[in-house]
Design a protein around this ligand. Structure first.
Ligand SMILES: [Ca+2]
Length: 344
């Protein structure tokens, strides 16, 4: 079997060695975070064919890797340099060497593995030992945080051509491994299809959790809720930041028979507040004994209430009504109308 490798090398590697120096289209797949990272592998047939050929942004047949044949297992691993929320891994196999596919398992991990101990991404690449039934570009879904991506192969394979060229054993032979991750602070979600910029976070500089889009402690802009603040408040039911304020808790003044609507952001009452309440959403009571009336515009001290003995009248927030009537010269429930003015 060793003999066959020696014969095999010139035939198989001429193109790989020559083309591996050609640079790829770096930068045009912003979410493939494997491009340009550092790869290693368990064994080589020719060490001049770099493990990095599978992360050089060239998916063609002209820049590939090959682990050695006649091993009990082989692995290839890329270090992404930092942790990413890895959505999926896409493998571009060499199309002429299909018997080096069956049984490969994709793993992710936080620390280097170089084995089969990582977190599996979906099912094994599986079909027949000659590779029939296995696509040229399979995809495996991970949806997990990871820094390392490992392809591991311990399945003995063989092609059907009948000579040494069809020895597969546990060798792997692929041209590119794409590690599709959400671009940090740009996209989020399992499919990387959510845009951080479309969230309604309270702070424009809020972080963007790569899995959930969580806006962080700052919460949501008024009128929105949810971890990623993309869900509007239930119309006419809740309002405000994170939609925690019930519309029914407001004390809006009606306009005739019309009740105010409940704007999701502010909850503002269109026609002001019921007497005894203030602020745009009429949820704050007048300061007790100091102000009263609609929107708390009237001062308790400006009334001319008659005392009862040494007791001064209280100041009901809604009406400001004097309990024991007015001092001479004044009238009205809150004793703010001068009788002299009317008689003059
Ligand atoms: Ca490549």
């Amino acid at each position: 079997m060793l003999q066959s490798h020696i014969h095999q090398a010139p035939y198989e590697f001429f193109y790989l060695r020559r083309i591996s120096m050609i640079s790829g289209n770096r930068g045009n797949r912003r979410e493939n975070v494997a491009v340009g990272k550092t790869a290693s592998q368990s064994s080589y047939v020719d060490t001049s064919i770099s493990a990095n050929n599978a992360v050089d942004d060239n998916t063609t047949q002209l820049s590939c890797i090959l682990t050695a044949t006649n091993q009990s297992y082989t692995w290839w691993e890329v270090d992404l340099g930092e942790q990413y929320f890895i959505h999926e891994v896409v493998i571009h196999f060499r199309t002429g060497w299909t018997w080096r596919r069956n049984g490969i398992q994709v793993y992710t991990s936080i620390s280097p593995q170089q084995s089969n101990n990582g977190q599996p991404c979906g099912e094994q690449i599986s079909g027949n030992m000659d590779g029939s039934g296995i696509p040229d570009v399979p995809t495996r879904t991970c949806n997990v945080m990871g820094r390392y991506v490992t392809l591991y192969q311990a399945t003995y394979n063989r092609g059907t051509c009948g000579d040494y060229n069809c020895d597969g054993t546990t060798a792997m032979d692929f041209c590119e491994v794409l590690v599709m991750a959400c671009t940090p602070n740009v996209k989020y979600g399992a499919n990387c299809d959510m845009n951080c910029i479309q969230r309604k976070c309270a702070s424009s500089s809020a972080s963007c959790d790569v899995q959930t889009g969580n806006c962080g402690n700052g919460g949501c802009r008024p009128g929105y809720q949810g971890l990623d603040c993309t869900q509007a408040c239930a119309s006419g039911v809740k309002y405000g930041s994170n939609c925690i304020k019930p519309c029914d808790d407001r004390h809006c003044a009606p306009s005739g028979s019309y009740r105010s609507t409940c704007p999701a952001a502010t909850g503002k009452c269109y026609w002001g507040c019921d007497p005894g309440w203030k602020e745009d959403d009429c949820t704050q009571a007048c300061e007790s004994g100091v102000k009263y009336g609609s929107n708390c515009m009237k001062s308790c001290d400006a009334r001319h209430c008659a005392p009862s003995g040494s007791d001064k009248s209280t100041c009901p927030a809604a009406t400001g009504k004097c309990e024991w009537g007015c001092t001479p010269g004044w009238k009205g429930d809150d004793c703010t109308q001068g009788t002299n003015l009317l008689s003059g």
